[in-house]
Design a protein around this ligand. Structure first.
Ligand code: SF4
Length: 297
């Protein structure tokens, strides 16, 4: 089994107490069976402390404390479990976050999820076209369907990373190449986005800004990096659900929204925050993506 990763992947390092949107606040943290067994057998005093903060209802998870904080996130915003046991003390979800993994017959594709502000910074600040540690030429052990998919995806990367033409024209080229219907005006999506599950009320303020303007060319490279990230992360879902065109439209819609929201922004930090927020609200919710794909048929 091969491991594929984007070239920035190994540069990720959690910024811990310096993080403004700590992932140990506000998210439910599920505990995998192996780690649960480890916690259940752990001797006291740590064992009792751990077990008193775990709910076994539905999927076992930590019971969040004040302000939806993980009970092991201390007042300095450091993880008490890491401080006591190192990374070995973490459940899988905490050890992996913000990494994601897409599995194929011959490979695991690893990436960094955009809902982490440090990952967003790393992804969007790349200047050169992103490269991956293998391409479709080395897919001899994949299924025929997967090989076709890798070839198609490589072609899509080539279009999206063609810096000889503006980013909006690259997206149009994709639509033409794969006979994908153009998107309706962005303002048509306000109502749909307002109807989706919400994590942060400030997202409403951004939805209000969905307006139909010309494509802004000020931030072409971050838009390209976002496009390649979305293709790498989300297009493979079409192998399972057959929604290739819908997924291309979802990626194009996300880029259209991002471009609209960043058009008057002057700093990269603003871009990281908008991408992070979109990711947390939309991209990290399978349910929200499913609803959007339904609207993009
Ligand atoms: S969101 Fe990212 S940088 Fe922030 S605490 Fe979590 S993993 Fe670390």
């Amino acid at each position: 089994m091969k491991t594929i990763k984007p070239n920035y992947y190994d540069n990720f390092k959690c910024i811990a107490q310096h993080c403004n949107h700590n992932c140990c606040i506000g998210w439910e943290i599920d505990i995998d069976p192996d780690t649960l067994a480890y916690y259940q057998e752990m001797p006291s005093p740590w064992g009792d402390k751990l077990r008193s903060h775990i709910s076994l209802n539905d999927t076992p998870h930590f019971i969040l404390g004040r302000n939806d904080r993980c009970p092991f996130l201390n007042d300095d915003n450091l993880c008490d479990l890491i401080c006591a046991f190192g990374e070995d003390g973490l459940c899988n979800i905490c050890a992996d976050h913000p990494r994601f993994f897409n599995e194929f017959s011959d490979r695991i594709e690893c990436g960094l999820g955009l809902c982490c502000e440090e990952a967003a910074r790393l992804i969007l600040s790349q200047n050169e076209p992103v490269q991956f540690s293998a391409d479709e030429d080395s897919a001899e052990n994949a299924t025929a369907e997967e090989r076709d998919f890798f070839k198609l995806r490589q072609d899509i990367y080539s279009v999206l990373q063609d810096r000889s033409i503006p980013m909006n024209q690259r997206i149009d080229q994709l639509f033409d190449a794969y006979s994908v219907k153009q998107l309706p005006p962005l303002s048509d999506f306000k109502k749909i986005y307002r109807s989706l599950e919400r994590m942060d009320p400030q997202w409403d303020h951004y939805i209000d800004q969905f307006v139909d303007t010309d494509w802004s060319h000020h931030w072409e490279i971050p838009c390209e990096q976002l496009a390649v990230y979305l293709v790498y992360r989300h297009l493979a879902g079409a192998l399972k659900d057959g929604q290739l065109k819908e997924r291309i439209r979802f990626i194009a819609l996300t880029l259209r929204i991002f471009n609209c929201l960043i058009r008057n922004r002057t700093t990269l930090e603003d871009l990281y925050e908008i991408a992070r927020l979109y990711s947390a609200e939309i991209e990290y919710s399978d349910e929200n993506i499913e609803i959007l794909l339904g609207h993009l048929r």
